[in-house]
Design a protein around this ligand. Structure first.
Ligand SMILES: Cc1ncc(COP(=O)(O)O)c(C=O)c1O
Length: 474
């Protein structure tokens, strides 16, 4: 019972068990509560010491499913608007199951020609989807965080080399602090990447206008003061609370003039380029040196998946080089992705990326993006037309930043009121909406990236928040 070797057929039985759950589960996504009120208690059911004797495959899966479904959040469903999290398209979901079945290591061609070839091709298709230069290249990583790390690692390598130092070999010792400049829109994962890279999250210079976006005049002053010393600039294509964009084209002009590296975080905002309605927002990204985006956001592949692109992939090669006697050597047309990425052994994320792009193509992704744009615009209009909600920022893309403001409520009470709703909405189950602080005010910031979300799902947002807001404080 405890040794899988005694029950080799269990693998198929395990898959059948999960496939059996899938039918009801997928049907529930449209209507079941996003999260149950008892989810925390259900999660606590998982406890106890490591069993001496295992339960066996199906019993263990049964125990995983039972409290598991009560404890999980239907984040791949259409009424989940928290963070910026997509669902999984049917093709991506199927390919992801196949990924686990085949259990490929995407480290190199000898470990998996399939994963390596599909990574090469997926990256090419993504460049085509986003209109990035054909001679760039990149790598699939676990998400926006590691993509920012990867792009900024290439930037650090470039910066070291400008000082005559190969940072990947000799480290940072003896080098001056690296100037890194950005706007107030920088995402926390950019800061964490700087921390991990030894560049220091606290050494960042912020050039922000009154809203937080890049102040081009301030950036120009900073770059001029560096007097030709190499610098790294982070542009933000899609601020997480509002979807606002830095003026990437203007930043690219300054970086070009002053010889600075331009890294653009487009974790979800790069998808603006998929629709002619919003492409202009991310104009100039093609002039950057490194650009990142996420797969598990608007591409709607399952967790975890992100991608980093660089103008000069050799920099990734020098940064993440990891040759060893037992490992393969890269060939001209066969890059070893483990030598471009932080990880050596890697999940074959390319199967899901390839499958979803093959299944829906350019027009399918344009449809997904535009549906999300329509839903965001619909919600923004509802907020503006109401007398009890207040829009706190423009809505250029897919995030709507607003708060509840019923007539007659004093300003001094609004933060508490919105905080109270924000706590209630996370266990209410009708919609799942995240909260933030914007302009010093507690605000909601639903983000639309899920392919399943309809106008009717969108309409539930204000209805639910209004209902929760009208309840007396307990
Ligand atoms: C602008 C931006 N950059 C980076 C990230 C981090 O992405 P991930 O959560 O995939 O690491 C996010 C996540 O929301 C984001 O909005």
């Amino acid at each position: 019972m405890s040794d899988p070797l005694e029950q080799p057929a269990d693998s198929l039985a395990a898959l059948e068990r999960i496939a059996g759950e899938a039918e009801a589960y997928l049907a529930s996504l449209a209507t079941a509560p996003v999260r149950l009120g008892r989810s925390d208690e259900a999660a606590e059911a998982f406890d106890g010491a490591l069993p001496d004797e295992g339960l066996g495959t199906l019993a263990a899966l049964g125990q995983l499913i039972e409290p598991g479904l009560d404890a999980h959040v239907r984040s791949s469903g259409p009424r989940f608007f928290h963070w910026v999290m997509g669902g999984a398209t049917p093709a991506a979901l199927g390919a992801d199951w196949l990924t686990s079945l085949l259990d490929q290591n995407a480290g190199g061609w000898d470990a998996s020609p399939l994963a390596s070839r599909l990574e090469l091709l997926s990256l090419r298709w993504l460049r085509e989807l986003f209109g990035l230069p054909a001679n760039w290249d990149g790598v699939l990583v676990t998400g926006g965080q590691m993509a920012n790390f990867t792009g900024l690692a290439a930037a650090r390598q470039w910066w070291g080399e400008r000082h005559g130092t190969d940072v990947s070999v000799d480290g940072l010792t003896g080098l001056p602090p690296a100037p890194v400049l950005t706007s107030g829109f920088v995402h926390v994962t950019g800061l964490k990447a700087l921390a991990m890279l030894g560049l220091g999250r606290g050494r960042l210079t912020t050039c922000a206008d009154s809203v937080g976006g890049m102040d081009l005049a301030a950036l120009e002053r900073e770059l001029r003061d560096l007097d030709g010393a190499p610098a790294i600039v982070i542009g933000n294509a899609g601020e997480v609370n509002t979807g606002l964009f830095d003026p990437v084209e203007g930043i690219a002009d300054l970086c070009q003039e002053h010889g600075a590296w331009l890294h653009v975080d487009g974790a979800f905002g790069l998808f603006a380029r998929v629709s002619p309605r919003t492409a202009e927002l991310a104009a100039g990204v093609e002039r950057a040196d490194s650009v990142i985006s996420d797969g598990h956001k608007w591409l709607n592949v399952p967790f975890d998946c992100g991608f980093a692109f660089v103008r000069d992939p050799e920099l990734l090669g020098r940064t993440f080089a990891a040759g060893a006697a037992y490992l393969p050597e890269a060939a001209e047309d066969r890059p070893i992705f483990a030598y471009r990425a932080p990880e050596l052994s890697r999940r074959a994320r390319s199967l899901a990326v390839w499958a979803t792009l093959a299944a829906y193509g350019r027009s399918g992704y344009r449809a997904i993006v535009e549906r999300c744009l329509d839903n965001a615009a619909r919600l923004a209009a509802q907020v503006e037309d109401s007398n009890d909600f207040e829009l706190l920022a423009p809505v250029p893309l897919n995030v709507v930043c607003f708060r509840y403001r019923p007539p007659g409520t004093p300003e001094s009470e609004l933060d508490d009121l919105n905080r109270r709703i924000s706590e209630a909405v996370l266990t209410d189950g009708r919609v799942y909406v995240g909260t933030t602080s914007w302009g010093g005010k507690v605000a909601f910031r639903p983000a639309f990236v899920n392919w399943r979300t309809t106008a009717a799902d969108t309409d539930l947002i204000l209805e639910t928040l209004r209902d929760l807001g009208s309840r007396p404080a307990s």
